[in-house]
Design a protein around this ligand. Structure first.
Ligand SMILES: Nc1ncnc2c1ncn2[C@@H]1O[C@H](COP(=O)(O)OP(=O)(O)O)[C@@H](O)[C@H]1O
Ligand SMILES: Nc1ccn([C@@H]2O[C@H](COP(=O)(O)OP(=O)(O)O)[C@@H](O)[C@H]2O)c(=O)n1
Length: 211
């Protein structure tokens, strides 16, 4: 059983996926964390983030491992945990360039498809490209301002700067961010985090919640 939760930046995907996954007793899988880890490694090694062959060769010689826990995803490069450094403004700025490289997308997709189900998968193209046959699909939205106010609790910049960066990243991510035609779209703006989680749980087919 796979449930996909896609959506724009800071729409609530990780927090909601964690809540839904915990309620179902399964892990959730953060695809964005793999794109962030690829970006973090590239920045650390001073690889040109537009240079797909150089980045891919660096990723192949420094393999990453995603640990998809319900309590929060972690990512490792060998015995070194990278998770804590990846939700920075620096990685936010570079990640959409890396995510636009078809070679990197194929590298991420292969890792995700190799994970044992059941799980909740969150990102941009989980319901369209990576798991088109998922048992249930959701797509989260909220206005840029609401998302910026939420993200301001997690970044040092002020709300207008965060909002501008989110709008820019939405635009750079637009190609891979179209909702699946069969996804339920949820505007999380007027809802609490728990409200979004309950809305999703209420719409899951019975065979998924009892699986
Ligand atoms: N419905 C909601 N109401 C209020 N705050 C929320 C809601 N959903 C998420 N948040 C908060 O917004 C921030 C961004 O959520 P996050 O799950 O990281 O989004 P994403 O994974 O889409 O980037 C977090 O601080 C989270 O706690
Ligand atoms: N399935 C996915 C997930 C993330 N991404 C890329 O990875 C970046 C970081 O994703 P994320 O989900 O960690 O970011 P937030 O939405 O949490 O800010 C996005 O801005 C996209 O560029 C993607 O292209 N496809």
């Amino acid at each position: 059983m796979i449930v996909t939760i896609d959506g724009v930046a800071a729409s609530g995907k990780s927090s909601v996926s964690g809540g839904v996954a915990r309620a179902l007793g399964v892990p959730y899988v953060s695809s964005g964390l793999l794109y962030r880890a690829a970006t973090g490694l590239g920045l650390e090694a001073a690889v040109d983030l537009h240079d797909a062959p150089a980045l891919l060769s660096h990723l192949q010689s420094h393999p990453l491992r995603l640990e998809p826990l319900a309590a929060g995803n972690r990512v490792w490069q060998g015995g070194r945990e990278l998770t804590g450094e990846l939700h920075s403004t620096r990685v936010d700025r570079g990640v959409s360039v890396v995510a636009a490289l078809p070679e990197v997308r194929a590298w991420v997709d292969a890792q995700l498809r190799a994970l044992p189900s059941p799980f909740v998968a969150e990102g941009r193209d989980m319901g369209t490209n990576v798991f088109p046959r998922a048992g249930a699909k959701f797509y989260l939205t909220a206005s840029p301002h609401i998302r910026a106010v939420r993200r301001a609790q997690e970044r040092p910049e002020d709300v207008p700067a965060i909002e501008a960066a989110l709008v820019r990243r939405d635009e750079l991510d637009r190609v891979q961010s179209a909702p699946a035609p069969d996804a339920v779209v949820i505007d999380t703006g007027p809802l609490t985090l728990d409200g979004v989680i309950q809305t999703i749980l209420a719409q899951l087919p019975a065979q998924l919640t009892s699986a």
